[in-house]
Ligand binder design. Structure first.
Ligand code: ATP
Ligand code: MG
Length: 439
C-alpha cells in the first residue's frame, strides 16, 4: 500500500500489469470513429505502434461521445506524414501531424517525455519548454490526470494504463499524475482543467489533487492570457458551465484570480442574469445547437458595463459616450488577464451598444434597429434581460412581435415619439482653411 502510494507520488507506474484486456474494461474497437481506427491501422502496418489516447479514451469508457480523437505513436512526425495522402506537420515548438480523413482530422503525436530535470522553467516552476521525444511510459507521465493517460490499442483492444486510470474512472475520481503541487506549478492551467473535467464529467477531485489549488491559484496570473481565454472558453462551452462554476467555488479558485470569475461568481448585481445566461448556454450546448461565445461573454460582463455606465453618467458624462467609455473600461480590465479575441470584443460591443436602442420604439429608429446586422443577437440579449427582470417583459414582447410583423402591423405598433427631440443643429458651412471669419 505504502509502496503503491510512493510510486504514485513520484509518478511511477503503480502496478505491473499495465495492459488491460477488453474483458476487463469493455471498450471495443468499433466504438472508435472510423478515421481514428484507420489512422492507427495505417501506422501499425507501417511498423509503428499506435494508440488512441487522452480525452477520447476517457470519454468512450464513460459512454460519452468524444469530441475528437488523438493518436499517440512511436513514429516521428516525418515518418507519419508520408503514410497518409492528406497529412500536415504542424506546430513549431512541438511538431505533430494532422491527418485528414474525410471530414475528420486526427491529431497524431509522437510519444514525448517531459523531463522535469531538463525542462526550461520560470522562477515559479512553470515549464516554458519541453520537447523531447520519449517512450510511451514517459508520454503517460507527462499527462495531467490518470484518466487522461489511458491508451487504447485498436489492434488488440487492450488499454494501456500506467497510472491506475481505469480504477479512478470506475471510482469517478480525478487524480493528478505525480505530485499535484509540482504539476500545477509546471502548468497552472491544470487547475482550470481539473475543475472543468470534474464539472463536465461529474467526477470527484481527489483530496490531494484538490487541496493545493486554493494556495496556488494566483499562479494562473502568470499564464499567457490567450491560453487562459482558451481554457475558460472550453469551460464555459462544456455544456456543464454551471457545474464547473460550482467546482470553481468548491476548490477555492475564484477570488481575485480572474476578473471574469469574480464577476461570475460574486456578482451581487447580475447574479440572476448570469445564472440564466449560463443555464441557457448549457442547454444549447447539450442540444447541440450553436452557441455564440461573444453572446456569452457579453452576458457575463453586462452588469459590469451597466454599473460603469451608471457611475459615469452620475459623474456627468452624457449617455452615449458614457456607455462607450464603460465598455472600454470593462474590456480593458478583463483583457489584461484573459485575452478575449478582438473579433469577440467587437461583437460584444455591438450587442451592448444596441441595448439602449430597444427603448426607442418610434418612427425610423425601430425600423433601423430591426435591420441592423446584429439585431438577432441583440434581441436575444434583450430577452435575457427581460427574463432576469432587468427590463419589463412587455418591452421584449413588443420587439418579438415587431420583428415578425408585416409592414402594416409594424406601422400600427410604433409608439408616438415622446423622447426628447434632438435639437436640429444648423450645419455650419465649412470654410476653406486659411480664410478669415467674416465679421
Ligand atoms: P477535451 O478534449 O474533452 O476537452 P482532453 O482531455 O481531450 O479534454 P485536450 O486539451 O484535448 O483535453 O488534451 C488531450 C490530452 O493531452 C489530455 O487528455 C491529456 O492527456 C493531455 N493534456 C492536455 N493538456 C495537458 C496539460 N496541461 N498538462 C498535461 N497534459 C495535458
Ligand atoms: Mg481532446
Amino acid at each position: 500500500m505504502i509502496k503503491r502510494f510512493i510510486r504514485r507520488v513520484f509518478g511511477l507506474p503503480t502496478n505491473t500489469t499495465v495492459r488491460v484486456r477488453r474483458e476487463k474494461h469493455g471498450l471495443a474497437r468499433d466504438a472508435l470513429h472510423p478515421a481514428a481506427a484507420k489512422v492507427c491501422a495505417v501506422l501499425r502496418d507501417g511498423g509503428f505502434s499506435a494508440y488512441v489516447v487522452g480525452g477520447a479514451v476517457r470519454d468512450l469508457l464513460l459512454g460519452i461521445e468524444p469530441k475528437d480523437f488523438d493518436v499517440a505513436t512511436d513514429a516521428r512526425p516525418e515518418q507519419v506524414k508520408p503514410l497518409f495522402r492528406r497529412a500536415l506537420i504542424i506546430g513549431r515548438r512541438f511538431r505533430l501531424v494532422h491527418v485528414m480523413m474525410g471530414a475528420e482530422t486526427v491529431e497524431v503525436s509522437t510519444f514525448r517525455a517531459a523531463d522535469p530535470e531538463t525542462a526550461e522553467k520560470d522562477e515559479h516552476g512553470r515549464v516554458l519548454r519541453d520537447n523531447v521525444f520519449g517512450t510511451q511510459e514517459e508520454d503517460a507521465r507527462r499527462r495531467d490526470f490518470t484518466i487522461n493517460a489511458l491508451y487504447f490499442d485498436p489492434a488488440t483492444e487492450e488499454v494501456v494504463d500506467f497510472h491506475g486510470g481505469l480504477a479512478d474512472l470506475k471510482k469517478r475520481t480525478l487524480r493528478m499524475i505525480g505530485d499535484p503541487q509540482t504539476r500545477y506549478r509546471e502548468d497552472p492551467v491544470r487547475m482550470l482543467r481539473a475543475v472543468r473535467l470534474a464539472g463536465k464529467l461529474g467526477l470527484t477531485i481527489d483530496a490531494a489533487t484538490r487541496e493545493p489549488i486554493r494556495a496556488l491559484a494566483p499562479l494562473i496570473e502568470r499564464v499567457p492570457p490567450a491560453r487562459v481565454f482558451d481554457e475558460m472558453l472550453k469551460l464555459l462551452l462544456s455544456g456543464h458551465a454551471s457545474a464547473c462554476l460550482r467546482q470553481l467555488r468548491d476548490v477555492g479558485l475564484q477570488k481575485g484570480l480572474l476578473p471574469l470569475l469574480d464577476v461570475i461568481l460574486e456578482q451581487p448585481l447580475g447574479e440572476r442574469f448570469v445564472t440564466l445566461a449560463l443555464a441557457q448556454t448549457d442547454e444549447r450546448v447539450l442540444a447541440e445547437r450553436p452557441v455564440s461565445p461573444a453572446f456569452l461573454f457579453a452576458a457575463l460582463l453586462w452588469h459590469e458595463v451597466l454599473a460603469a455606465w451608471k457611475s459615469r453618467q452620475a459623474r456627468g458624462e452624457r449617455a452615449v459616450p458614457a456607455l462607450e467609455n464603460a465598455m472600454d473600461e470593462v474590456l480593458d480590465t478583463q483583457c489584461a488577464k484573459l485575452a478575449i479575441t478582438r473579433k469577440l470584443t467587437a461583437t460584444m460591443r455591438e450587442v451592448w451598444a444596441m441595448q439602449p436602442r430597444f427603448e426607442m420604439r418610434s418612427g425610423q429608429r425601430a425600423y433601423r434597429l430591426v435591420e441592423a446586422s446584429r439585431f438577432r443577437m441583440a434581441y436575444d440579449f434583450l430577452a435575457l434581460r427581460a427574463a432576469s427582470g432587468e427590463v419589463p417583459a412587455e418591452l421584449e414582447a413588443w420587439w418579438r412581435a415587431f420583428q415578425s410583423a408585416d409592414a402594416e402591423a409594424r406601422k400600427a405598433m410604433l409608439l408616438p415619439d415622446t423622447g426628447p427631440r434632438k435639437r436640429r443643429r444648423r450645419r455650419r458651412r465649412k470654410r476653406p482653411t486659411g480664410t478669415a471669419e467674416p465679421a
